[in-house]
Design a protein around this ligand. Structure first.
Ligand SMILES: [Fe+2]
Length: 460
């Protein structure tokens, strides 16, 4: 059986994706075809040999609907051609636009990362027609993902250059960044674009984009193994809290971890900061709290790069809004402490001799949170006193320490939410072999469920 004919099996879980099945990518192609014709360059056949779409047919929503959920003899991407592909020059132009419209990139480019270094890196696109095809689709049909991809690529390249990695490695991490989320093009957009909380199954489904990206890229000649490894590791974390394999630092490549930190910065900025008009500068305290998750020194490098731009720190709030802000921060601080202690007590009281790797991963997360927050200002009396003083009278402005602390509290809420969700997934997967431990975790989860979703952020 060829690789294309195998089912896509994830770590013992049921197949979730098959490259021969017609999926969301076909819909994106049909939509693109309205303005940029997409044509079948060979007969598109079912796995049984029946011709479903004849050679030279232009794709549209009707003929794609007839293919939906069919199994093909070859992946659709190999049987079609897009009239106008995104070129290396287009990619370069889009990166330059991103730099010019982003004050930090602009500043970095002026100070240390000349624009001229991008051209030879982008040139590789002309040797990767399948990547060109997917990037063309992404740029039009998933433009938000494309814009993020450009940012991740710039951060990856700049971090690699700051680390003084060889030019070949810097180029490899740039291409890993350009291709790392290609798998998203094959996922159901209704789940991807869901605005309310994802179920555990939906979360697992989205996590599969890593394996799908790797599966697709493994068949593209010209992509080095270092690129594939970096893509496969972009959601892994040095402290073992990532996915899909919960690897730890000693098992991870440097390029994968450069990509991971770049992807994390962009995720934090786009998901939580951009809509509020907040700046890249505010990512620093968040990274600071997650030090253990990222490659040694990468947080310092990113912080130095952002600070070197010498762009100002924005005030979170000032004047009459300060007492209310400080009061909300105090309440959130207490809420987070209680939530954390419940989780910690539940997860650590089962001991560490159970031999269950996934339960160890949960315990590692809670210990990581404990270590991180013990070393931070969040549970210190000084912060509480500052907040009580700010809450009691008008006229103050929020200083840098309190501004950073408010970001750290949001970050802690995010971590506790994530750990609670991981715990729920572990319980509902039924993977825990020991019934007593399972029951103990179930009881613990019932206790903490009241905290989830009520993080009471001062920015809300
Ligand atoms: Fe990803």
């Amino acid at each position: 059986m060829s690789r294309d004919q195998q089912s896509f099996v994830l770590d013992g879980r049921p197949p979730v994706w098959n490259p021969l099945q017609v999926d969301a990518y076909a819909d994106y192609l049909a939509l693109l075809s309205v303005t940029n014709p997409v044509v079948a360059v060979e007969d598109i056949r079912s796995v049984d040999g029946e011709v479903l779409l004849a050679r030279s047919t232009f794709l549209n929503q009707q003929n794609i609907a007839a293919l939906k959920n069919k199994m093909l003899s070859r992946p659709l991407a190999h049987s079609i051609q897009i009239e106008t592909l995104l070129s290396a020059e287009d990619l370069l132009q889009h990166l330059l636009n991103t730099i010019r419209s982003t004050e930090y990139f602009q500043s970095l480019a002026e100070r240390k990362h000349p624009l001229s270094s991008l051209e030879p890196v982008c040139a590789m696109l002309s040797r990767l027609p399948l990547v060109q095809q997917m990037l063309t689709v992404m740029a039009v049909q998933m433009n938000d993902l494309y814009q993020r991809t450009l940012c991740v690529s710039l951060w990856s390249l700049y971090i690699a250059q700051e680390m003084r990695l060889p030019a070949e490695d810097a180029g490899a991490v740039f291409w890993a960044a350009i291709t790392h989320d290609m798998g998203m093009l094959h996922l159901n957009p209704q789940i991807l674009n869901k605005t309310d909380d994802l179920t555990a199954d939906e979360w697992l489904y989205i996590q599969c984009h890593v394996e799908i990206s790797n599966y697709i890229l493994a068949d593209i000649p010209g992509l080095s193994p270092a690129i594939l490894i970096a893509v496969s590791e972009h959601h892994e974390r040095c402290d073992g809290t990532g996915y899909p394999l919960a690897k730890v630092e000693s098992e991870l490549s440097i390029l994968g971890q450069v990509l991971a930190v770049a992807d994390a910065i962009v995720g934090i900025y786009f998901n939580r900061f951009k809509a509020q008009g907040r700046r890249w500068r505010e990512v620093i305290p968040v990274l600071e709290l997650n030090r253990a998750a990222y490659l040694y020194r990468s947080c310092d490098i990113v912080a130095a790069m952002i600070l070197r731009s010498e762009l100002p720190l924005p005030n979170v709030v000032s004047g009459g809004g300060v007492p209310e802000f400080a009061e909300r921060m105090l309440q959130q601080n207490l809420h987070l402490q209680n939530w954390f202690m419940q989780l910690r007590d539940c997860l650590t009281s089962v001991g560490y001799t159970h031999g269950d790797r996934k339960l160890h991963a949960l315990q590692n997360v809670v210990l990581h949170i404990a270590t991180t927050f013990k070393g931070s200002m969040l549970f210190k009396e000084d912060l509480r006193e500052s907040l009580e003083s700010l809450a009691s009278e008008d006229g103050h402005s929020i200083n840098k320490v309190v501004a950073d602390a408010s970001l750290m509290q949001q970050e802690m809420a995010f971590h506790l939410q994530r750990l609670s969700r991981m715990m729920q997934m572990y319980i509902s997967s039924g993977e825990g072999k020991n019934p007593k431990i399972r029951q103990h975790l179930q009881d613990g989860y019932t206790k903490i469920s009241g905290y989830i979703g009520g993080s009471n952020t001062p920015h809300s």
